[in-house]
Design a protein around this ligand. Structure first.
Ligand code: NAP
Length: 335
């Protein structure tokens, strides 16, 4: 069984190397420097365990994905439309596609745009890529929707291979709840990108936490109005997260250490994109809440402020300038 990965960056490279390291035949569709680094790719998990996969096929030629039984899609949400164009003529209708992307709509877009069946996956941890090395920076698990009709065998094979590769994998009966829960947590991506702070630094700052808490509360209102009950990716129920974020610094530090275990250098992928001069996924994160809130007639000033700040940073990047990151206080004052 061949497993394709569309978009071998941090997540795609990490999962691809780990699957390859346990003997799966993996084909990574990659771009730029990753092709040159192909023979040296390695994945390091949160415990420091190193995996290498010298047999990996790494190429910029999309035809390597022809005939794969399973295809993991790991591009940023803004690249999903292009992934559909490239995959549509290359995937068999009987293939299983798993979107391991953030955002609310990627699996649906893939499923509608491809003859193959696509389901949503959720990655609850953070991965940083530095050259050939993909390093898991926070603890977490993978969650995958149940198998689509007729694909139970492939789905079970993938879950088994990921577990053998060392991943903690859960199959979710209600993937919408899992995706919504992850999105609420990811609203901090926008806070980090608006302020330029690593995850741990943002969680240590009371103003950044207050904005994050307000974003989560707005998101909860939007999901409640849409009939979705977000599942918590933590041991803690999501309902108490905004309250916990408003506790004194010392208490939050302890809680955050237990829940997120972020390395001090772990950065949100949205901030990483800005730092690399790229457009970001903000439209599918805080922007997804703003858009749904607009349709439902719900106010969401915190997510709107974060979205506007990150859009301004993207404009600066497009103009070849360095974004002027807001201080957490400045961001909070905009609410
Ligand atoms: N990184 C994390 O910690 C993390 C954690 C949980 C979830 N996620 C989610 O996982 C998804 C992937 O994130 P990531 O951080 O892995 O992103 P990433 O590092 O930017 O990886 C995406 C890769 O896809 C490549 N790509 C884009 N379009 C392509 C195309 N048409 N053909 C070939 N390659 C293409 C990109 O190449 P270029 O660089 O040339 O564009 C990049 O190497 C996102 O939805 C993200 O929100 C990320």
């Amino acid at each position: 069984m061949d497993i394709g990965v569309f978009g071998a960056g941090a997540i795609g490279g990490y999962l691809g190397v780990r699957l390859g390291a346990v003997g799966e035949r993996v084909r990574l569709l990659a771009r730029h420097d990753l092709i040159e680094l192909a023979g040296r790719l390695e994945a390091i998990d949160h415990a420091g365990q190193r995996a290498v996969a010298p047999e990996l096929i790494v190429s910029a030629d999309p035809d390597i994905l022809r005939g794969v039984a399973i295809c993991l899609v790991t591009v940023k949400s803004q690249d999903t439309a292009r992934a559909i164009e490239v995959l549509a003529p290359r995937l068999d209708p009987g293939a299983l596609v798993v979107s391991f992307q953030n955002g609310l709509d990627n699996a649906r877009r893939l499923d509608e745009g491809l003859a193959a069946s696509a389901v949503q996956g959720v990655v609850t941890y953070n991965v940083l890529r530095a050259g050939a090395v993909m390093r898991q920076a926070t603890k977490g698990k993978l969650v995958i929707a149940r198998a689509p009709a007729g694909l139970a065998g492939l789905h079970a094979r993938l879950v088994e291979a990921l577990r053998r590769a060392g991943e903690r994998v859960e199959v979710a009966a209600d993937i919408d709840a899992e995706v919504a829960g992850k999105l609420l947590v990811n609203l901090n991506n926008g806070v980090c990108a608006a302020t330029g702070l690593p995850i741990a630094a943002a969680l240590a700052d009371p103003d950044a936490r207050a904005v994050f808490a307000a974003c989560v509360e707005e998101g909860q209102r939007v999901f409640r109005a849409s009939g979705v009950t977000p599942a918590s990716p933590f041991a803690l129920p999501l309902a108490v997260v905004p309250l916990a974020l408003r506790l004194p610094d010392a208490v939050v530090r302890q809680l955050a250490g237990r829940l997120v275990a972020a390395r001090p250098d772990a950065k949100s992928s949205t901030l990483q994109d800005l730092e690399r001069g790229r457009a970001t996924e903000i439209g599918d994160l805080n922007g997804a809440i703003v858009e749904r809130a607009r349709r439902l007639g719900i106010e969401c000033p915190a997510n709107a402020a974060v979205l506007a700040a990150v859009r301004a940073h993207e404009a600066a990047v497009r103009a070849g300038e360095r974004p002027r990151y807001l201080t957490p206080r400045e961001l909070r004052d905009r609410l």
